[in-house]
Design a protein. Structure first.
Length: 139
């Protein structure tokens, strides 16, 4: 798991993160958008890949995308309602955004759709996403 929580680290992520070219381009786009809207200082970026556990996510950001913090319902139960504010698939990666409070702070997770990535997290990403076409024409 890669975790970035300072504006400088997030700004450098598109060139320093050991990730594939598709995610590098996506990170570059997001960093440009966040910088243009003064959100770099209000963003926590988490890159989740194979072998990253739900427990590791909770340790990094303090919550699980698989559990609704309001009622404790877990993904897969009939009572579950997702608590992300944005979810979008980008050719092998899913972007989840969780807005925290009213000051603009957000946790953004990029989850790799790959063997070894937490299957329950991948199921959530697939269940709540609309496939989009990326800039290079892949989905």
């Amino acid at each position: 798991m890669l975790s970035y929580y300072t504006a400088a680290a997030i700004a450098a992520a598109p060139t320093s993160a050991p990730v594939d070219p598709a995610l590098r381009r996506l990170l570059a786009d997001r960093v440009h958008e966040w910088a243009a809207t003064d959100l770099l200082d209000l963003t926590y970026l988490l890159i989740v890949g194979p072998h990253d556990s739900e427990r590791a996510i909770v340790e990094a950001v303090g919550f699980s995308p698989l559990v609704n913090p309001l009622d404790g319902a877990r993904f897969g139960s009939p009572q579950f309602h997702p608590h992300h504010d944005w979810l979008e698939r980008h050719g092998g990666w899913t972007e989840l955004t969780f807005c925290i409070g009213n000051d603009g702070w957000a946790c953004v997770m990029f989850v790799q759709d790959a063997d070894g990535t937490d299957p329950e997290l991948l199921s959530l990403c697939r269940a709540y996403s609309a496939q989009v076409e990326t800039d290079d024409g892949t989905t």
